[in-house]
Design a protein around this ligand. Structure first.
Ligand SMILES: Cc1cc2nc3c(=O)[nH]c(=O)nc-3n(C[C@H](O)[C@H](O)[C@H](O)COP(=O)(O)OP(=O)(O)OC[C@H]3O[C@@H](n4cnc5c(N)ncnc54)[C@H](O)[C@@H]3O)c2cc1C
Length: 384
């Protein structure tokens, strides 16, 4: 009781206590309801999510042609940037070439408030949260970004999307540039089967397939009439069409004169028949026999090809967009996540430093907010 209750009789005091008990019970019921709601929303967040599929080049997808902020990379950094851009009223479109490597983590124990979640469960929550905020997520690899006045044009397969600002959240580029790769870009080296496949119809091309959708891209090329050979370390991908010859190994160098003429390969034995082109099946008449059979099961080999498709999950930032600021092999972002061009921002592992989820999410927040502020400032410029 406090001094305002003076002068009340005992009954009043009991009534008051009953009321307090009742209020407390109601509060507890409300809290239980809230907790249930909370549990429900967490369950909702981890349910199946519907993401437009851009990896199948023949499948039409309802993709916006124009967005406020395009985010390249659908890992923790990109999704955090998208959620925070959406919270500032901006249309955010996330491109995701493949699953974040976080999905492979058996258990994440150092993310505040969520100890013990698997990486997969964490990603499902992040994705569902972004979708709840109205973020559009599209599966597909961005292969080029072109600044055009105060806008950016982003290429994804045969589609082009225009954005007012771009946030790079591509994670770490695990594979370094192959010798000759940069010299032959556009002269036989390509990062996109959908964009350049037709150029190699009736010709022999090597697919160096490190990305999760590489087999689908190789199948697409073969269906176009390209004579495809598939290379990657490890086993033959299950989805790879049986008429495509497969070799286990790594690409060491791209060689040629004015254009690509051959690929230097290091063959590395894989646990399963690395040199069996198609599980013993004879190549169909329409497909020429595999280029010069390798001399031995492992070691160096040079294969004659006119095209080389380098399909990695992430492309080096300078390949994606020229003018991006770089330092020690990473994007050099400043304290406001600027990445070297007006309206270009970066966050997460692609900036280097601690390669951890909490840092990626924090930087994503800053990048999303800074990109939104940047667009607002352009709007003010127009008004003035
Ligand atoms: C096995 C494993 C365990 C880990 N355990 C932990 C842990 O316990 N705690 C912790 O804090 N961190 C852990 N990490 C690290 C954590 O996963 C990363 O720090 C975090 O995922 C970085 O987030 P990001 O969004 O910057 O990049 P990423 O998660 O790498 O996401 C980048 C995304 O961008 C996509 N992308 C790249 N280029 C393009 C393009 N051109 N177009 C479209 N999409 C593109 C990629 O496909 C990818 O999905 C672990 C990592 C691994 C591999």
């Amino acid at each position: 009781m406090n001094c305002g209750d003076r002068g009340r009789d005992e009954d009043d005091e009991w009534d008051e206590n009953d009321k307090l008990d009742e209020d407390n019970e109601r509060d507890e019921d409300d809290k239980r309801d809230e907790d249930e709601k909370e549990e429900m929303s967490v369950a909702d967040l981890t349910g199946p999510v519907d993401i437009p599929e851009l990896t199948n080049p023949t499948e039409p997808v309802d993709l916006p042609e124009l967005t406020d902020i395009a985010i390249v990379g659908g890992g923790p950094a990109g999704l955090s940037a998208a959620v925070n851009a959406a919270a500032r009223g901006k249309r955010a479109l996330v491109f995701s070439a493949g699953p974040s490597p976080l999905a492979k983590a058996e258990r994440v124990n150092n993310y505040l408030g969520e100890p013990g979640l698997s990486g997969q469960a964490m990603m499902e929550r992040f994705i569902a949260h972004a979708l709840q905020m109205g973020v559009v997520i599209a599966k597909g690899r961005i292969t080029g970004i072109l600044p055009m006045g105060k806008q950016y044009l982003l290429s994804c397969g045969s589609r082009v999307v225009t954005a007012g600002a771009v946030i790079l959240a591509t994670g770490v580029v695990r594979a370094g540039g192959v010798s000759g790769e940069a010299d032959f870009l556009g002269k036989g080296v390509s990062y996109c089967a959908t964009c350049d496949g037709m150029l190699y119809r009736g010709k022999r091309a090597l697919v160096y397939g490190l990305a999760s959708d590489a087999a689908a891209e190789a199948n697409y090329l073969a269906a176009l009439g390209v004579d495809v050979t598939f290379l990657r370390p490890g086993n033959r991908p299950a989805e790879l069409s049986s008429d495509i010859p497969f070799y286990a190994g790594t690409l060491r160098a791209v060689k040629g004169g004015r254009t690509v003429k051959s690929a230097a390969i290091q063959l590395i034995p894989a646990p399963q028949s690395p040199f069996e082109p198609s599980a013993g099946a004879a190549p169909p008449a329409s497909v020429s026999p595999p280029a010069e059979p390798p001399p031995k099961a492992e070691g160096d080999w040079e294969i004659t090809v006119e095209g080389i498709f380098l399909l990695r999950e992430a492309l080096a930032p300078q390949v994606l967009i020229s003018g991006v600021a770089l330092k020690d092999g990473h994007i050099a972002g400043d304290s406001r996540m600027n990445a070297g061009l007006p309206g270009l921002f970066a966050c997460g592992d692609c900036l280097g430093g601690a390669l951890q989820v909490a840092k990626a999410v924090g930087e994503g927040l800053a990048a999303g907010q800074e990109a939104a502020k940047y667009l607002d400032s352009l709007g003010k410029d127009k008004e003035n």
